[in-house]
Each structure stands twice: as structure tokens, then as C-alpha cells.
Design a protein around this ligand. Structure first.
Ligand code: SAM
Ligand code: SF4
Length: 329
């Protein structure tokens, strides 16, 4: 098992989008009450006094939509300025990014992943559940601004859904040819919207690679990340193509992460709630951070290797009811 040194922190479970595959409109979601969210001070205490002493050095801020969190720039500054923080990144839908990108960068954020499932504004709005003025342009501006400001690497996350956006795979891949952007195709998981999953199914990374290979050729990239993506490159392209294949492959043996939900639950695995710890209640009831470090060490030793394939490949029932926005995707 890899060293587990990477924490994905959900700052908020709410979102300004309702992506079909994540928080479909009409789905009943129990949002975390404001008083149940970890406060900034609690989050920083956990990072400094619990996670860092146990060996965590890399943090990703996510959600829900992390840019909806009040004082997010100050939080970024506080985490980035800790001497032990080796890496701080964020995953965002990009809608609020354009006016915030420079401030986030100045506060110490250097790496950003922006979700972009389509280059067509109609398809994009259909995916994100938008019926008003198109939101695509504003997300695109966020991406351009993040690029201008100097975020590096700048990654674009794409969830491919058959019959919805799979016709755009080559156009999205082509974004990597002239710019040093990194497009990452994520296999659709039956988390969040099991009806859509049952209806549409999912496309494997290998099938996507095949389509791209037939068009331009594809080489394995020299540039490797720390994460679960298999990285490839269109020959001569400036950027890379990543494939996150949690449905068609099992990469549990490479897993280096845990997840902290916005209300302070620490999960050892995306899909396994075994052993999770309620850190917020512990802090609020006076459990010492020394005791929490012990509990975390124990959880690290238990961190199970769960096979996504066994549990989810081929499932049509989507028995898993929590969404990525609730877990902290
Ligand atoms: N709101 C931010 C965003 O969309 O980038 C951050 C949170 S979102 C839950 C994090 C990532 O989870 C996004 O890249 C999203 O595409 C992905 N995601 C959500 N539900 C998914 C699903 N059912 N299958 C695969 N990826 C999913
Ligand atoms: Fe919101 Fe991100 Fe989920 Fe879309 S994927 S609904 S942007 S949390």
C-alpha cells in the first residue's frame, strides 16, 4: 500500500450547479446545516495538529463547490502558508473562478482542476441542469483566467456519459494540442444518479483512448502525476490526457488519500465508510488532538483495499446513495 499523505477536504456540500451525474435536479439531498460545517478554525486545527503530524502533506479543496465557501481565499492562504504543506490544490466547477483566480493564486494555490464536460453551451447547460442564461461562457472565462494567472498544471475534468457528451471526446482531447492543459477523462460511476447510470451506462477509458489513437495516435506520457490517472499524450501536444478508470480498473493498491467531509467525517475510502471518524464532534466534545492523532494512525493502519470493480462494475442498481458532492469528490 502507498503512503497515505493526501487529504481531500470538502469545504461545503452545496453547489451552484446540479450536474446530472452528481446532484440531479429533483434529488432530495440533505444539506449539512451551517452550524454542522467544520469552522475555519476547526479545519485548521485538524490540519495542523492531527493530519500534518501523522504525515499528511498534500491537500485538495473540493466540495460541493468550494468557491461557495465564505472566506475561501483566506483558508487557502492559511493552509498554503503552513511550512509542512507540500501541495495545495482545488477542484472547482469554475463558475465563480474568473474574478477569484488571481486572489487564489496570490494566496498560494498553484494547482487547479476545473470540471468541463462539454464545449457546447447547450450540452453543457443540459449537463449542469441550467435552464437560464448559458453558464458555459463564464466557466470558460474562469479557465482562461486561471491559465493567464499561471495555474500549473491546469487540469480539465470530463465525465463522459454515452449519448450526452461522448461525441465531444475528440474536441475535448484536442484542447491539449496547443496549450499546456491537461484533460482528464473520468469514468462515470454509479454514485449520485443511479438512474442516469442505468439508462446510459459508461464509457471505458480504453474505448476513449482507442478513439483518440485512431485520430492522432497516442503515446504514454513521461509526465506522471501522483494520482490515479494514467497519463498519455497526443504526439507533439503541449498538454496531456489523463484517464481515471475506477470502473474498469482497480487502483486501490495505489490509493494515497483520505477524505474529510464538510461536516468533519473522515473517510478512509471513497466508497467505504468502515472506520470513519467524526472529527468535528470529537473536537467539539473536548477530545484532545493527541487522541485524534492516535485514532487517525489506527485508521491508516486499517485503510482497506476495496475493489471498485467488485462493487460497482456492471451495477445498474446504484445502491450507493451518497453523492460525490456530499462525500467530497
Ligand atoms: N464542484 C466541483 C467540480 O465539479 O469540479 C468539485 C466537486 S465534484 C463532486 C468533483 C469531481 O467529481 C468532478 O470532477 C465531478 O465531475 C466528479 N464526479 C461527480 N459525480 C461523479 C460521478 N457519478 N462519476 C464520476 N465523477 C463524478
Ligand atoms: Fe456541483 Fe461539482 Fe457535483 Fe457538478 S460535479 S453538481 S459542479 S459538486
Amino acid at each position: 500500500m502507498n503512503q497515505v499523505d493526501y487529504l481531500r477536504i470538502s469545504l461545503i456540500d452545496r453547489c451552484n450547479f446540479r450536474c446530472q451525474y452528481c446532484m440531479p435536479e429533483g434529488a432530495e439531498l440533505d444539506y449539512i446545516l451551517k452550524q454542522e460545517l467544520l469552522t475555519d478554525a476547526e479545519l485548521l486545527t485538524l490540519i495542523e495538529e492531527v493530519f500534518i503530524p501523522v504525515g499528511f502533506t498534500r491537500f485538495r479543496l473540493t466540495g460541493g463547490e468550494p468557491l461557495l465557501r465564505p472566506r475561501v481565499v483566506e483558508l487557502v492562504r492559511a493552509i498554503a502558508s503552513l511550512p509542512q504543506t507540500q501541495d495545495l490544490s482545488m477542484t472547482t466547477n469554475g463558475f465563480l473562478l474568473a474574478p477569484m483566480a488571481q486572489n487564489l493564486y496570490n494566496a498560494g494555490l498553484r494547482r487547479i482542476n476545473i470540471s468541463l464536460d462539454s464545449l457546447e453551451s447547450d450540452t453543457f447547460d443540459q449537463i449542469i441542469g441550467n435552464r437560464g442564461r448559458s453558464r458555459w461562457q463564464q466557466v470558460w472565462q474562469g479557465i482562461q483566467e486561471a491559465y493567464r494567472v499561471g495555474f500549473d498544471p491546469l487540469k480539465l475534468n470530463v465525465v463522459v456519459i454515452p449519448g450526452v457528451n461522448d461525441h465531444e471526446v475528440l474536441d475535448l482531447a484536442a484542447l491539449t494540442i496547443d496549450k499546456q492543459w491537461h484533460v482528464r477523462f473520468i469514468e462515470f460511476m454509479p454514485i449520485g444518479n443511479s438512474d442516469l447510470f442505468a439508462d446510459r451506462g459508461w464509457v471505458s477509458s480504453e474505448e476513449l483512448r482507442q478513439r483518440i489513437r485512431e485520430c492522432w495516435g497516442l503515446t504514454e506520457s513521461q509526465i506522471r502525476g501522483n494520482g490515479p490517472a494514467d497519463v498519455f499524450q497526443i504526439p507533439g501536444a503541449k498538454g496531456t490526457l489523463g484517464f481515471i478508470s475506477q470502473m474498469s480498473e482497480c487502483f486501490c493498491d495505489r490509493c494515497n488519500r483520505m477524505r474529510l467531509s464538510a461536516d468533519g467525517w473522515l473517510r478512509p475510502c471513497l466508497l467505504n465508510e468502515t472506520g470513519q471518524i467524526d472529527l468535528k464532534t470529537a473536537l467539539r466534545t473536548g477530545v484532545s488532538t493527541a487522541e485524534l492523532r492516535e485514532q487517525l494512525r489506527h485508521l491508516l493502519a486499517l485503510k482497506p483495499e476495496i475493489n471498485f470493480k467488485q462493487r460497482y462494475a456492471g451495477t445498474t442498481t446504484g445502491a450507493y446513495t451518497r453523492t460525490m458532492s456530499q462525500i467530497g469528490g
